[in-house]
Design a protein around this ligand. Structure first.
Ligand code: FAD
Ligand code: UDP
Length: 368
């Protein structure tokens, strides 16, 4: 039997599920309260003609062949390896911390072996790694923690490293070689014509229809018989019945600089200790676009506003679990994605979770 499916959210989660279900012959109606598809990964050309990411810089990277192959059906790719520098006391250093960071910061000339010994000497070994503070102190010790991590984390989350689960800081490795790439995944690419183009192609299927600027609440009754795939915040689905799940938000300050061919040496510069913003990203590095001017974005973290990040810490995870238990009981609703699963997912992890969810649904429907 073919199903009618209502998909709430046109980001990576919703679009991936829609494509798989449509290809299996199920009719998918996808709604989003925003005026565009792509969710937070959406991109568009700004007033000056530069391709920018309105919701902050999105760099695609994955180790999953399956995810990469799935998305490759809808886009060509541009090879791009992201590099980030962090400003500490007015100077720029590679982050993740590597041999170059140590040598430049402390005026040393360590070999790789010596860099290992150095970190061994300064790290503060922890028996159990519970918090992000444990992660950082255990790997690089106090001085590097204060210079590169404590201030950035306080700004980004409004919390101390010790108040966040280990997984947050564990996203950033420590290296003793000279590798200055932000990610080391097998596949690191940007969609050659942008994320918008990739999403348009993914959703271009006769069984997929799209309705923008439409909130779930408006259409819920219209689709009472349909299976729902919900990719918005899970607490909102249940009318915050257990209280609000905390999400961290950001304010993006976009700027175009006419007649400035290049603003900074790398895609992103982090400001762990200076300014109210955490980082500045210059889009032309990511996209490879040539233009006489350049466009940048500064990210100012804030508590209120659109939910961008789940906040990984034990009490939030406990509250999420209560919502997840309710979600389990909703047999005709599938909850998937960064907001619906309250997980600090990257894009590729969302696609992997969505592909799996779509397959599980198809298997279930096949048995009915
Ligand atoms: P979303 O993209 O949030 O999509 C959910 C959609 O649902 C939204 O469009 C929303 O409008 C819609 N919606 C919600 N509620 C309703 C409702 N009630 N009715 C109708 N529509 C609704 N990942 C990477 O891999 N690499 C990066 O470099 C990277 N950089 C990032 C930078 C920033 C600043 C942020 C915030 C995230 C970044 N990510 C990055 C993570 C990436 O954005 C997410 O993993 C991914 O976009 C999540 O997809 P999603 O479909 O789960 O959610
Ligand atoms: N982080 C930090 N200093 C840095 C970079 C990252 O303290 O220079 C910490 C901070 O807590 C941040 C987390 O590591 O929120 C994850 O960083 P990532 O760059 O992955 O964040 P995202 O791109 O998801 O915002």
């Amino acid at each position: 039997m073919k199903h009618h499916v209502l998909i709430v959210g046109a980001g990576f989660a919703g679009a991936s599920v829609a494509r798989v279900l449509a290809e299996a012959g199920h009719r998918c109606h996808i709604i989003d309260k925003r005026s565009h598809i792509g969710g937070n990964a959406y991109d568009h050309v700004d007033g000056a003609g530069v391709l920018i990411h309105p919701y902050g810089p999105h760099i695609f990277h994955t180790n999953s062949k399956r995810v990469f192959e799935f998305l490759s059906r809808f886009t060509d790719w541009r090879f791009y390896e992201h590099r980030v520098l962090a400003q500490v006391n007015g100077k720029l250093y590679p982050i993740p911390i590597n041999r170059t960071t140590l040598n430049q910061l402390y005026g040393l000339n360590l070999t790789e072996e010596q860099a290992k010994e150095y970190l061994e000497k300064v790290r503060e070994p922890r028996d159990t790694i519970r918090t992000s503070e444990d992660v950082v102190l255990n790997s690089v010790g106090k001085d590097l923690c204060e210079k590169f991590f404590r201030g950035y984390t306080r700004k980004q989350w409004g919390l101390d490293l010790s108040e966040l689960s280990a997984g947050v800081a564990a996203r950033i490795p420590t290296r003793t070689n000279d590798d200055d790439r932000y990610f080391t995944d097998t596949y690191q690419f940007m969609p050659a014509q942008g994320y918008g183009q990739m999403f348009r192609r993914m959703l271009d299927h006769p069984l997929i229809s799209i309705e923008l600027e439409t909130d779930f609440a408006q259409v819920r009754d219209r689709f009472s018989g349909a299976h729902v795939v919900y990719t918005g915040p899970i607490d909102a689905y249940f009318n915050h019945c257990y209280g609000k799940l905390p999400y961290r938000s950001l304010r993006f300050e976009h700027e175009h600089l006419p007649d400035v061919p290049q603003f900074q040496a790398v895609g992103t510069v982090n400001y762990p200790n200076d300014h109210a913003y955490t980082r500045i990203t210059e889009f032309k590095h990511l996209t490879g676009q040539t233009h006489t001017g350049t466009s940048i974005v500064r990210e100012y973290p804030q508590a209120e506003g659109d939910p961008y990040y789940p906040i990984p810490r034990p009490e939030n995870e406990a509250l999420y679990k209560k919502y997840a238990e309710l979600a389990d009981k909703e047999e005709t609703v599938t909850f998937i994605g960064r907001l619906a699963q309250y997980r600090y997912y990257n894009m590729d992890q969302v696609v992997a979770a969505a592909l799996k969810a779509a397959e599980d649904l198809l298997a279930r429907w096949n048995q009915e």
